[in-house]
Design a protein around this ligand. Structure first.
Ligand code: FE2
Length: 323
């Protein structure tokens, strides 16, 4: 019998490490499936090493760290992100990549351990970084989406949805505090999928009735995880619980009608569907933004708050066609 083991190394973007930084972890490069130590813990990252790697290496996009040292790396990237958040000399694509990758790592950690206060706190800080980027750069949504994984994982999907949700809520004029709350709800909306077997989430074909009813339990699981943490408010909780409700009452888990669905949930739902359509899955290719909006209009318009849907079309038109 073969047993698949968890990977021992974790990839981090090249731009997370700059010359002159003293490293609190060993740094590796991967070549031909082997990990080579390039900078030892405690040493200063040398000038020009990244340039040399980019010039000579076979398109390495990542460094690697040993998983046991991930907490040290998390501290490193947290303080680095804080430092560069208002630094205009760091290009948007670099900031976007660091925030996107750190956030999807944090959600992935949360999926494995949803009760972790520390991961929850990290996710909140990363929501603030995402808001910061979206408020400060007109092209931020396009930039974040160009990083977005082209394949589907629950953790990257959660980041994609929250980028659209924060952008759309900002377009609708939400206050900073509400951007934080809805961004947080969007990050956490599918966290309950950790209770659903992987084979069902990625099934290549139609779900059986039994599988579908299991799948339909994930918003309640997400809600239960968040309820466990006392500082989460009602809007966040209901935004998460109701993100699969539909205007005519045929959604789940509570079969709510349009006027009963909380505003956070209506926004998350639109962004969730749009993100799912524009992402490649094992059973379908990614649709273009235009085609996705067209399908939503033709096939799902009765599921939505119509006015909000037309606002969403305008928002996508504005933020995804920007140069
Ligand atoms: Fe969901």
């Amino acid at each position: 019998m073969s047993v698949l083991s968890e990977p021992l190394f974790h990839n981090i973007p090249l731009c997370a490490i700059k010359p002159g930084m003293q490293l609190d972890f060993n740094l590796y490069l991967e070549r031909e499936n082997k990990f080579h130590l390039i900078v030892e813990k405690g040493d200063i990252y040398p000038e020009k090493l990244t340039d040399n790697i980019k010039n000579t290496n076979d398109l390495s996009e990542y460094f690697y760290i040993h998983l046991t040292e991930k907490p040290s790396y998390d501290n490193h990237i947290e303080s680095y992100l804080k430092k560069i958040s208002s630094d205009d000399t760091i290009p948007l694509n670099e900031k976007s990549l660091l925030v996107y990758k750190s956030t999807s790592d944090a959600i992935n950690d949360l999926l494995k351990n949803p009760e972790s206060k520390k991961s929850l706190e990290r996710t909140k800080t990363l929501v603030d970084h995402t808001i910061n980027i979206i408020l400060n750069y007109d092209t931020s949504i396009k930039s974040m989406m160009s990083i977005g994984s082209h394949d589907y994982y629950t953790y990257t999907h959660s980041v994609d949805v929250s980028v659209f949700v924060i952008g759309f809520a900002n377009y609708l004029g939400f206050s900073f505090e509400n951007l934080r709350n809805i961004g947080y709800a969007a990050m956490m909306h599918d966290i309950g999928k950790n209770k659903i077997p992987h084979e069902i989430i990625n099934k290549n074909g139609k779900l059986t009735d039994e599988e579908f009813s299991l799948m339909k339990s994930h918003p309640c699981h997400s809600y239960d995880v968040l309820k466990f943490h006392d500082e989460i408010n009602e809007d966040i909780l209901m935004g998460v619980r109701s993100h699969h409700e539909k205007a005519r009452g045929n959604g789940y888990p509570d079969g709510l009608k349009l006027h009963e669905i909380n505003d956070f949930a209506k926004i998350i739902s639109l962004c969730d569907i749009f993100s799912a359509l524009t992402t490649k899955r094992s059973y379908k290719n990614a649709f273009s933004s235009f085609k996705s909006l067209q399908m939503m209009k033709q096939e799902m318009i009765n599921d939505f708050d119509e006015k909000l849907f037309y606002d969403f079309i305008r928002f996508i038109g504005k933020s995804c066609t920007h140069n």
